[in-house]
Design a protein around this ligand. Structure first.
Ligand code: PEP
Length: 247
C-alpha cells in the first residue's frame, strides 16, 4: 500500500509572514494518515522547519544543484537543504526546465545527488499543449522518465510528479481518462525498468491546477497517489481540503 502524499510547492512566493499558514497546517494535520510536504523558497526553509518541528508535516526544497558544493553562486546544494531540515526536494519542475534550460540529464544528476544525500527526489515531468495536441504525450513522458530518473532509485527515494505544462497555474485540468492513461503508463514503465517491487512502490503524484473542488475526483483515478500543488498550497484553508480528500 503506497502512503498518499500531498506536496505543496510555494514556488517564489512567501516570506516570514506566510509561516503562520504552515503552522496552521502543522497544527491540524500533525497526525493525519497522509504524508504532507511543503516546499517553501530556500530562504524560508530553515524557519519553516522550525515551525513544523514535532508535527507530521515535512518540508522540502524546490531544486538543488547536482554538485555537492563549490563555485555555483546563487545555487543551493542538497546537503544544505537537508541541513536546513528538508526531507525531499523537487527536481525538474517545468518552470526550471524552461527558465534554466534544464535537460533530462541535468535533472537526473540533481536527483542522483539528492538521493545520495538522503533526500527523496520528486522528479517532475509533463508534456506541453503542443505535444499533447500532436498526440506525443506518452512518447514525451516516456523519454523524460528514461532520462530524468536515476538508476539507483528506490520506492523511498523517488516520487514522480506528472504535471502537464498546460495545466500548471492555468485552471485547466486533463480529463480523468487522460490522467489515468499517463499514470498507468508511468507505472508500467517503472515496473519494466525497476521490477515489480520498486515499480509498485514509487508514488505517482498528479500536478496542475489541483483545487479543493477537483481533488476528490482526481485522487480516485488509479495510480494517483497524491498531488503536487502550487497555488492552492499557499493558504492552509485551500490545502487542508486537498489533504482531506486523500484521507
Ligand atoms: C506546480 O507548480 O507544480 C503546480 C502544479 O502549480 P498549480 O497547482 O498552481 O497549477
Amino acid at each position: 500500500m503506497r502512503q498518499k502524499l500531498a506536496a505543496g510547492n510555494w514556488k517564489m512566493n512567501g516570506t516570514s509572514a506566510t509561516l503562520p499558514e504552515l503552522k496552521a497546517l502543522a497544527d491540524t494535520y500533525g497526525t493525519a494518515g497522509v504524508d504532507v510536504l511543503i516546499c517553501p523558497p530556500a530562504a524560508l526553509l530553515h524557519r519553516a522547519a522550525e515551525v513544523i518541528d514535532g508535527s507530521a508535516v515535512a518540508v522540502g526544497g524546490q531544486d538543488c544543484h547536482a554538485d555537492g558544493a563549490g563555485a555555483h553562486t546563487g545555487d543551493t546544494s542538497a546537503e544544505m537543504l537537508k541541513d536546513a531540515g528538508a526531507s525531499s526536494v523537487i527536481v525538474g519542475h517545468s518552470e526550471r526546465r524552461t527558465d534554466h534550460n534544464e535537460s533530462d540529464a541535468a535533472v537526473c544528476a540533481k536527483a542522483e545527488t539528492a538521493m545520495a544525500t538522503g533526500l527523496t527526489a520528486i522528479v517532475c515531468l509533463g508534456e506541453s499543449l503542443q505535444q499533447r495536441d500532436a498526440g506525443e504525450t506518452l512518447e514525451v513522458i516516456g523519454s523524460q522518465l528514461a532520462g530524468s530518473v536515476p538508476e539507483q532509485s528506490t520506492g523511498d527515494s523517488l516520487v514522480i510528479a506528472y504535471e502537464p505544462i498546460w495545466a500548471i497555474g492555468t485552471g485547466k485540468v486533463p480529463t480523468l481518462e487522460q490522467i489515468g492513461e499517463v499514470h498507468g503508463f508511468l507505472r508500467a514503465q517503472l515496473v519494466a525498468r525497476f521490477g515489480n517491487e520498486v515499480g509498485a512502490a514509487v508514488r505517482l503524484l498528479y500536478g496542475g491546477s489541483v483545487k479543493p473542488s477537483n481533488a476528490t475526483e482526481i485522487f480516485a483515478v488509479e495510480d494517483v497517489d497524491g498531488a503536487l500543488v502550487g497555488g492552492a498550497s499557499l493558504k492552509a484553508t485551500d490545502f487542508a481540503p486537498i489533504i482531506a480528500a486523500l484521507e
